[in-house]
Design a protein around this ligand. Structure first.
Ligand code: SF4
Ligand code: ZN
Length: 345
């Protein structure tokens, strides 16, 4: 006998919610999923009426569902937002070119205007060429650092008030674990924040902070949303892969593992006296940086000088390789303290 939806709506259940274990029909699942995102948005006061909001769109499941649901909730609850899709073209043949075709279709399907910015136009390099020069080992470091800045630049060009990204609960829990494993206290402290806004940058928020990846996939599947699901052709970030596998193992034993890890991250506080990086602006490009010259500019310098490992290793090695004579545009000595990690959030 078919199982009935646990909300007692009278319909047959078609799924079991990973987050709660409830057996639900499609309609009740859609409603629960959408209402939880609405709750997250309103509880954290993510938007003000009249805000112009850029949705970081890659064509993948998270950002496609985010675009769909931002439009839906904006209409249902009269948020009063003006929406735009903002995509970054990293220049990865056979991957990003195809996924951008999906975003272009989403532009038509959801009636949200799209802006695409490319690494080629911003930095003069595509990821294909970076991999050619730097090899496959550190490609995600270049890509992550450049993407973060590219989104900021695109948002400034569009003159938006806010950016939303499709980071989901699984992503955030993985990042908490990674930052603990790496001892990266500065990132650990800010990676669970639903909004990141340092002075001078456009606030970024994560409406899917409490949304399970599995439920995003289910939502996209049952809504028949048009998204791109192929993995990047350049090997994905290996370190994150280990954190992901570990979290999935934990989740099998304890269904609430993802939310529990996020909760632990939120409750951690850094004791007085721990040195944290201060934020200022890059003397070369003017973007937010905790160093005199931002990581994107250092990586770019390495590429342009034919020394692609510059900025990947430790600061002492960087200075050694450059003969200790790199100066920032203000003429001062450039002493970057660089970590080999990808810029997570
Ligand atoms: Fe960029 Fe790495 Fe992601 Fe590919 S897997 S899009 S190279 S960050
Ligand atoms: Zn810079």
């Amino acid at each position: 006998m078919p199982i009935k939806c646990s909300t007692k709506c009278g319909r047959n259940a078609v799924l079991k919610r990973p987050k709660t274990g409830d057996t639900l029909c499609k309609e009740c699942f859609f409603w629960a999923f959408e209402e939880e995102v609405h709750q997250t948005i309103t509880a954290a006061n993510l938007f003000n009426s009249g805000d112009y909001v850029a949705i970081a769109a890659s064509g993948g499941k998270d950002s496609t569902v985010l675009a769909y649901i931002m439009k839906l909730l904006n209409d249902r609850y009269n948020y009063g937002l003006k929406l735009a899709l903002l995509s970054v073209d990293e220049g990865i043949t056979g991957y990003r070119d195809d996924s951008l075709e999906t975003v272009k279709r989403n532009e038509q399907q959801y009636g949200i205007p799209l802006k695409i910015l490319s690494y080629e136009e911003l930095y003069g390099w595509t990821m294909d060429r970076i991999v050619e020069q730097a090899g496959r080992k550190n490609n995600c470091t270049f890509c992550g650092v450049f993407r973060r800045q590219a989104l900021d630049r695109g948002a400034s060009l569009l003159k938006v008030d806010k950016i939303v990204t499709g980071h989901n609960a699984d992503d955030i829990a993985e990042t908490v674990l990674m930052n603990i494993l790496r001892g990266d206290i500065a990132r650990l402290q800010r990676c669970t924040a639903i909004v990141t806004d340092s002075e001078g940058s456009i606030p970024r928020s994560k409406p899917f902070k409490y949304t399970y990846e599995k439920e995003i996939v289910m939502y996209a599947y049952f809504k028949k949303l048009d998204y791109f699901s192929t993995e990047c052709i350049y090997s994905p970030n290996a370190y994150r892969g280990h954190a992901r596998a570990f979290l999935k193992d934990l989740e099998k034993i304890r269904a609430t593992a993802i939310i529990d890890v996020i909760h632990s991250g939120e409750c951690l506080s850094v004791r007085d006296g721990v040195k944290l990086p201060t934020r200022s602006v890059c003397t070369r490009c003017g973007h937010i940086s905790s160093q005199p010259v931002c990581k994107a500019c250092v990586l770019l310098e390495g590429l342009n000088k034919g020394k692609p490992r510059l900025g990947i290793g430790k600061s002492s090695k960087v200075r050694e390789r450059l003969g200790d004579n790199i100066s920032d545009s203000s003429g001062g000595d450039f002493k970057a303290s660089l970590s080999p990690s990808i810029a997570e959030f």
